[in-house]
Design a protein around this ligand. Structure first.
Ligand code: 5GP
Length: 200
């Protein structure tokens, strides 16, 4: 019996880049946690690099790769970033390292980048077929209500977050899909269905 020639590239379906953005306070982290836990897709999470300090409960290499300014600049100089920016209103650098994205795609994985709108535009230039999803709060007023409900913000920080959010909401129309976060379960399952539809 003839055995087919060994050709790994024909056996592994190519992966896809998935970009998820949305304003701070919209509930992205919780929604994505549920998506990773429950969606039947070969999803893998991109771990961004950042110069911002670690927050309580965050783990290096899981939440982010925490870099010094020097380390970040070295990666920049070596062209190791697929995209990087000083995220508006934050004062820290964030970036997606090229290596893990390339590896995941070769393995047939769908690599999900949770990045801001500026970073998303840069990634789209490299991967025009990326699935782009914007998690929307419904309205700026609803976002303000949520942020006030968290009770973790000073009035000054709340106003700054809302200014940044307004800029981000203005960019929502540039995304292929806009999903309004009504409930964590619903939003995670909406995103999962979108990805499955893309796959099929
Ligand atoms: P936080 O500091 O609250 O974890 O994230 C702040 C913002 O940075 C969020 O809007 C998040 O989407 C964005 N962000 C996180 N990682 C990256 C990245 O690698 N690149 C870009 N451009 N934005 C990122």
């Amino acid at each position: 019996m003839d055995t087919p020639p060994h050709n790994p590239s024909s056996q592994t379906k190519p992966g896809r880049v998935v970009i998820v953005s949305g304003p701070s306070g919209v509930g992205k982290t919780t929604v994505l946690k549920k998506l990773f836990a429950e969606c039947d897709m070969p999803l893998v999470e991109s771990i961004s690099a950042t110069t911002r300090p670690k927050r309580p409960g965050e783990v290096d290499g899981v939440s982010y790769r925490y870099l010094t300014d020097e380390e970040f600049q070295k990666h920049l100089a070596n062209d190791n970033f697929l995209e990087s920016c000083e995220v508006f209103g934050r004062g820290y650098w964030y970036g997606t390292l090229r290596g893990p994205v390339t590896t995941s795609l070769l393995e047939g994985k769908w690599i999900l980048l949770e990045i801001d709108v500026e970073g998303a535009a840069k990634v789209l230039k490299h991967y025009p077929d990326a699935v782009t999803i914007f998690i929307h709060p419904g309205s700026l007023e609803e976002l303000e209500r949520r942020l006030r409900g968290r009770d973790t913000e000073t009035e000054e920080s709340l106003i700054r977050r809302l200014e940044v959010a307004k800029r981000e909401l203005d960019a929502a129309d540039t995304y292929r899909q806009i999903v309004t976060n009504v409930s964590v379960e619903q939003t995670a399952s909406d995103i999962c269905r979108l990805l499955q539809a893309e796959k099929n």
